[in-house]
Design a protein around this ligand. Sequence first.
Ligand code: PLP
Length: 463
Amino acid sequence: MSRSAHPAGPRHADVLTDGHYSAPPADLNALDPKVWAHTVGRDADGAVTVGGLPVTRLAEEYGTPAYILDESDFRERARAWRTAFGADADVFYAGKAFLSRAVVRWLHEEGLNLDVCSGGELATALSAGMPAERIAFHGNNKSPEEIERAVAAGVGRIVLDSFQEIVRVAHTAQALGKRQRVQIRITVGVEAHTHEFIATAHEDQKFGIPLASGQAAEAVRRALQLDGIELIGIHSHIGSQIFDMSGFEVAAHRVVGLLKDIRDEHGVELPEIDLGGGLGIAYTSDDDPREPHEIAKALTEIVTRECESARLRTPRISVEPGRAIVGPTAFTLYEVGTVKPLDGLRTYVSVDGGMSDNIRTALYDAEYSVALVSRTSDAEPMLARVVGKHCESGDIVVKDAFLPGDLAPGDLIAVPATGAYCRSMASNYNHVLRPPVVAVRDGEARVIVRRETEEDLLRLDVG
Ligand SMILES: *Cc1c(COP(=O)(O)O)cnc(C)c1O
């Protein structure tokens, strides 16, 4: 993931004078469908509902903070990706965005494959019945035990990330009497950003094998010589929270260039190309993500065109969306604890969670929206910052927000688009207990990951 999650967006270093944020939205009670899960609305009393259930009831039953996940929205998005890419391509959901056994079952039912990048993610996938051949194993430092487990389980592919790993996987597979299907992850020398395109220095990172230096071609040479592995394709993942297709265009051009060189040197046409994930979602009303069918069309056209001009058979394409599937399907429900107006500055609204349930604001300077969800309000907007309960001044959930001026302790507020990289990156900082994930669908709610308890914490602390 790139460090700047939204580099070309408004920075509002000084929100008070920034034109963009100096004007509050016209209607603070409105819920922009771009940033909220599909079934979100308001009931007659003004409370927000999701999956047919008011958040007030969800808070009573499951407590706060809680991640509330709209299951039908998740399934619709997964299906939209599956349908958009069709039978001649594969969609691997990137499990690191958010993984649980319920999610694995939904993916399985909707016909998606799954990316994992640790033994823990592999165990979760297998325990929920994902067929091993539909799992891809990633990571820049897979342990020998992880490699052995993945090969023994029969995962569909291992994505190789270094010269050592090429040899390790080949030897492990041979020792187990298997031939493991693999891809090689390369860095193509582009880093995709929202609107901007930085063509320097991004080969200087831990993932992948650089194409430009000739190391990727050398990796292919070695992989083709080893009996334990079958090289099925080349993998490229250019970044995250991408809105613009030009980065994929350059990546596809360069990957196909490598396929052509491989054909010329070895007489082999590799059958697959994986273009990774990274497609952006709307965190605020300013973001305009693309629909899966537009992405599928663009990627398929790019690869087909590049292959035609290189006189190659068009390989089978795979993609790995994580955020674009799960991100928009969940919001974090918080209870307001304290409301502290700082004269001439803004009002600090403290919630019962914070950087332990959403590290993205602190880590990437990510932007989020927020709304009062337990009721509507006609009060004047106030400039606010939503902060957590941790012992850090950087414990910020939403940096710049407008909330109704009558906001009070006990109100429920929600931060939308927290389905990806929030629960999966959650921590126990300050021994705060990680929130549950509650899935809602057709008027029913069910806990798919339960809230952590003090007992859970103390069980690990063996004294
Ligand atoms: C993180 C990652 C993804 C998913 O990225 P999103 O931004 O969630 O779509 C896909 N492929 C690889 C290799 C990744 O590391």
